[in-house]
Write a protein that binds this ligand. Structure first.
Ligand SMILES: *Cc1c(COP(=O)(O)O)cnc(C)c1O
Length: 382
């Protein structure tokens, strides 16, 4: 284990008690005791209409793309700066990803360029909330409405982020969260699809349960279930939901601890930003972020390599972030060349994500600050 790893999952004491309770309940499949409690907690806490717990955020987005009826030949607009899962969700339905530039101040989709990418084949806009800072979802939904498009938000990183007084999961018609162990709130592998549009809820119940109306049997509306729609197995086991319940009940602590780390990093880095040596993420007005990640964009590709190498000597593990999808091997098969999205390509090549995990605030932060500060002084001479 490195002295300062990039990520370290945080465990809460009552996770073990919950898991035992789930195991002893005798029913470990999806939408059982803990699953129902987690979904209800998410719905009431964040004002989400319907939460479907899934095996991952990737699965949640695949389910969302199915509900949005994305078909072969459709085009879906998404940022190039994202994880492969965002694009896979629509590529698996035979759709074509149309990659948009990001704005380097947040690394979220550059909304001013979205309308220019819309064609007669466009069916959906699929933005993400990078590092826990939300995309401009209201502006995206206005554009979508004007052109009759669906919207799904990849909120894998932004649970508990607030825009004014609204939570990320409550705004777009379809929103996907991740509970992977690299995220703020985690059960190892897990996710959720938030369905905020009433007309999609019934189909979501079918889609989650292998295309059957089993949910009607469970709620006593029918006595035998049958195949009624396309679907898959988009369910989270009750054992994992038991872990997730405890994690969610502690989300305020998680966000508070991460906020201490982010504030300390920002204070350390501010003089370098003032001198033009690097850029820090901008949190838009009215946003309360969950402090999922902290990134820095350095002023040259070479200095990024030096920065990462020097940090390794301190046994501090920083990370380069995403390789843009449009210039990845599979992305290029859709006809893209790296230079097609120069803003994304340039920012991604200079971006560093600093170590950030919940336990860092209490254990290791002074060392991490010493190391990062020492390396910056060595590179920039002040
Ligand atoms: C983590 C992440 C995913 C994938 O989440 P899983 O739960 O592992 O499927 C998708 N999109 C973004 C933006 C992510 O950060």
């Amino acid at each position: 284990m490195p002295r300062i790893p990039f990520n370290r999952p945080y465990r809460f004491d009552d996770e073990e008690t919950n898991v035992l309770e789930s195991l002893r309940s005798g029913s470990l499949c999806g939408n059982k005791s803990f699953g129902v409690r987690v979904a209800e907690l998410l719905e009431s806490k964040y004002d989400i209409q319907n939460v479907f717990l899934t095996p991952s955020c990737s699965a949640a987005m695949e389910m969302g793309a199915l509900l949005a009826n994305i078909l072969p030949g459709d085009e879906v607009i998404l940022p190039s700066y994202t994880f492969s899962s965002t694009a896979n969700a629509v590529v698996l339905r035979g759709a074509t990803p149309v990659f948009c530039e990001v704005a380097p101040d947040t690394m979220n989709i550059d909304v001013s360029l979205v309308e220019g990418l819309i064609t007669s084949r466009t069916r959906m806009i699929l933005p993400i909330d990078y590092a826990g800072i939300p995309c401009a979802i209201d502006r995206i939904m206005t554009i979508a409405e004007r052109h009759g498009l669906a919207v799904m938000q990849d909120a894998a990183q932004s649970i508990h982020t607030m825009l004014q007084k609204r939570a990320t999961g409550s705004i777009a018609p379809l929103v996907a969260f991740s509970f992977h162990e690299t995220k703020n709130v985690s059960c190892g592998e897990g996710g959720a699809l938030c369905v905020n549009e009433e007309t999609l809820v019934e189909r979501a119940r079918y889609a989650q349960e292998k295309g059957t109306d089993r949910s009607m049997v469970l709620s006593g509306l029918k006595d035998k279930y049958t195949w009624v729609a396309p679907g898959s197995s988009y369910l989270l086991s009750d054992i994992l939901a038991a872990v997730l319940l405890s994690q969610l009940q502690n989300v305020e602590f998680v966000v508070e601890q991460r906020s201490r780390v982010v504030q300390a990093y920002r204070a350390l880095l501010a003089p370098y930003e003032a001198a033009g040596a690097l850029h820090l993420p901008v949190v838009p007005h009215g946003v309360t972020t969950n402090n999922h990640a902290m990134f820095v964009i350095l002023d040259s590709v070479g200095r990024r390599e030096t920065f990462l190498e020097e940090l390794r000597k301190w046994d501090i593990h920083a990370y380069v972030g995403y390789s843009p999808l449009h210039s990845s091997p599979f992305g290029q098969t859709f006809g893209y060349r790296p230079e097609d999205l120069p803003v994304t390509q340039s920012a991604a090549a200079r971006l560093v994500r600093l170590p950030l995990y919940t336990a860092l605030a209490a254990d290791g932060l002074p060392y991490s600050l010493d190391g990062i500060g020492g390396v910056l002084r060595k590179i920039y001479g002040f």
